[in-house]
Design a protein around this ligand. Structure first.
Ligand SMILES: Cc1ncc(COP(=O)(O)O)c(C=O)c1O
Length: 390
């Protein structure tokens, strides 16, 4: 059987072999606890590995190592930033009705954290997103209030890959005395990130979106005094996120960050070229294909298409049988039918969202994958259309 054509890298990526090689010794031979450094050589080597990873992640995003805390991934980092920073700012500013701003098509980890803060008495505004998949900085500015404590905006959307005007959002937030959290889970390792250029006070990343392992991520903080601890006890991560370090996962995150930094400019160009070939191939072979979201201000590895006359559930099922893996919406939205919350937030109709397909490329994607994907998907589209499937 031919190998699978994997075009769902926005959901998760395989661990890069070089990353795995660096992780393996830390499962058994080098199994020490970093908190025992100074008491045992095993602890020393584990501590050294964690601190090397911290420097590698810091270098990827233009931060200082002490501005990073390791977490279990993107959702945890998002929850921590939103809940921990908004609660602290509200308390310090003595606000009665503290207010949070987020965009309407954030990942569920952000939207549901904002909802959790609403239950705790905070007010919240979700800023509309245009059909181009980009938030209007003017609208975001208008959503801000004197009581706004935090603005949360993603660097790149997980479904349409569109890059958001983060630096403008940062300026608007700063003018109001609000903090800025950036969910960079989809963009880290794929496009250059500089926390100072973005103006981020907090930034979330996750290893498994760029060749690292699942269950490892980090939160960047410009200043840890702006956030409450996430896990009390244990003393790890500046005393803010207790629990024994996931040393192999952290080593994997660091290794993936170092690799991404080294490969970044060339890999981004390679993936953008392959992505454009996939787009052109599908448009030519299927016809009646439209891109969702702006095609220029976008991650190089993302393609999100509306294929008219097609129900994405039937399409994805047939694709999966043919060995092509993609998505109708993000893995985290839930629900039986793949209806993309992000596309609906961008103003697409339910019918348009139901005919949409997310194709996300990765380090292992080659030219032959693109050719096979065009061949197989266009063949399936032809059959589904001839059956009148909707
Ligand atoms: C934009 C965004 N934020 C957060 C997450 C959650 O990351 P993790 O799976 O590491 O918890 C994801 C995962 O799909 C994501 O795409």
């Amino acid at each position: 059987m031919a190998a699978i054509v994997y075009l769902d890298n926005a959901a998760t990526t395989p661990v890069d072999p070089a990353v795995l090689e660096r992780m393996l010794p830390y499962f058994s031979g080098k199994f020490g606890n970093p908190m025992t450094a100074g008491r045992s050589s095993l602890g020393d080597e584990a501590r050294a590995a964690v601190e090397l990873a911290r420097r590698e992640v810091a270098a990827l995003i233009g931060a200082r190592p002490e501005q990073l805390a390791f977490t279990s991934g993107g959702a945890e980092s998002d929850n921590w930033a939103i809940k921990g920073a908004s609660e602290r700012a509200a308390l310090e500013r003595g606000l009665e009705r503290p207010h949070i701003v987020a965009t309407a098509f954030e990942h569920a980890a952000v939207l549901e954290s904002v909802e959790a803060m609403r239950r705790r008495g905070f007010e919240a505004s979700l800023v509309r997103v245009g059909r181009d998949g980009i938030v209007d900085p003017g609208e975001l500015r208008r959503a801000l209030r004197p009581e706004t404590v935090l603005v949360s905006i993603m660097h790149a959307n997980n479904e349409v890959g569109t890059i958001q005007p983060v630096a403008e959002a940062a300026r608007a937030a700063r003018e109001r005395g609000a903090l800025l959290h950036v969910d960079a889970v989809q963009s880290a390792g794929h496009v250059p990130i500089d926390v100072d250029e973005l103006g981020a006070d907090f930034l979330s990343i996750s290893a498994h979106k760029f060749g690292g392992p699942k269950g490892a991520g980090a939160l960047y903080a410009r200043d840890w005094r702006g956030i409450f601890p996430l896990v009390d006890g244990g003393g790890q991560e500046w005393g803010l996120r207790g629990s024994t370090h996931n040393v192999p996962g952290i080593v994997g995150l660091g290794a993936a960050a170092a690799l991404a930094r080294e490969r970044l400019p060339a890999e981004a160009l390679r993936l953008a070229a392959l992505r454009d070939r996939l787009h052109e191939g599908l448009a030519a072979r299927c016809g009646r294909v439209k891109a969702n979201g702006d095609m220029r201000r976008r991650l190089p590895q993302n393609l999100n298409l509306r294929i008219e006359g097609i129900d994405n559930e039937a399409l994805l099922m047939a694709m999966s049988e043919a060995g092509v893996v993609a998505a109708g919406c993000s893995a985290c939205s839930g629900g039986p039918a793949p209806l993309s919350r992000a596309l609906l937030a961008m103003g697409l109709s339910a019918a348009e969202a139901r005919s949409s397909l997310r194709l996300s490329l990765g380090a292992a994607t080659g030219e032959e994958d693109i050719e096979r994907a065009v061949e197989l998907i266009s063949g399936i589209v032809r059959i589904l259309r001839s059956r009148g499937a909707r």
